[in-house]
Design a binder for this molecule. Structure first.
Ligand SMILES: Nc1ncnc2c1ncn2[C@@H]1O[C@H](COP(=O)(O)OP(=O)(O)O)[C@@H](O)[C@H]1O
Ligand SMILES: [Mg+2]
Length: 247
């Protein structure tokens, strides 16, 4: 009895901040499920648009200007369909271990975050090593790692109209690595050791959960890799992730 009362009062102490955070996380999780449904709904009309435009393009006597417009409609619909299929796959909870191409995965995430980068006027530069071997892992984990680091970088460049560099390369031995560098405000020396801690955030409630880098580091390590950060105030932040290919 005494025990449960103590637990109760303890809950009351943590409730205001933590409850807000948990409520927010729960809302985002629900929204995620609803969005997955919406994305699923988009597939059918997109397929209709793609096949209808293909049929029109096969017709004789379609004026060239119309052909060009229809081809444009088809390619935009194909791009969206590719994105929605990728999103559905990404949102699934199933573990599918396969041979994953790092460059293609980076491209998928950059495509997905295109709007987030554009609305902050961030220029994205890619430097891919096209000779990389595939990695044997669950591709959705790699997507989540990339999403967390890149989203943080974009959020850090909120006002600066910054530049984001994503580089892929061979690591030591059988490893491959990627580097994500921004030219945002950098991380103060007093906090850099805490950024991977659970619940450490400098963002406003509702904007940050402080779980992104904690989860990212845990995922990277569970895959046998490692993550490092370097940062300079005013000079931007660079995350370097190394992953074994498992070959
Ligand atoms: N690229 C970056 N530039 C500056 N600060 C960063 C960057 N990435 C992470 N941080 C700092 O690390 C903190 C923790 O990040 P994270 O664990 O993803 O949580 P959240 O994004 O929810 O705050 C952020 O609040 C921010 O202060
Ligand atoms: Mg984050």
């Amino acid at each position: 009895m005494k025990d449960s009362a103590a637990r109760h009062s303890n809950d009351a102490i943590i409730s205001s901040d933590l409850l807000r955070q948990l409520a927010y996380n729960e809302k985002m999780a629900e929204l995620g499920k609803i969005s997955a449904g919406v994305v699923h709904e988009l597939n059918a009309p997109l397929s209709v648009i793609i096949s209808a435009s293909q049929m029109i393009l096969r017709e004789d006597g379609v004026p060239e200007i119309v052909q060009e417009m229809i081809a444009r409609i088809r390619s935009e619909a194909q791009r969206l369909s590719h994105l929605t299929k990728g999103l559905l796959n990404f949102s699934s909870h199933d573990e599918t271990i396969s041979e994953v191409d790092l460059n293609l995965t980076v491209d998928f995430i950059l495509n997905f975050l295109n709007f987030e980068a554009a609305r902050r006027a961030v220029i994205v530069l890619k430097q891919f090593d096209h000779t990389l071997p595939t990695i044997h892992l669950d591709g959705n984990l790699l997507k989540q790692i990339l999403l967390n680091i890149i989203m943080n970088a974009l959020q850090a460049m909120e006002e600066s109209g910054g530049k984001l560099l994503v580089e892929t390369a061979h690591g030591e031995a059988d490893a491959i690595c990627f580097i994500i560098a921004d030219n945002g405000p950098g991380i103060p020396i007093e906090t850099i050791d805490r950024i991977f801690d659970r619940y450490f955030t400098t963002k406003k409630p509702g904007e940050g959960t402080g779980l992104g880098l904690f989860v990212t580091k845990s995922l990277v390590e569970s895959l046998g890799g490692n993550i490092e950060v370097t940062s300079r105030i005013g000079g931007g932040t660079t995350f370097a992730v190394t992953l074994p290919t498992g070959q």
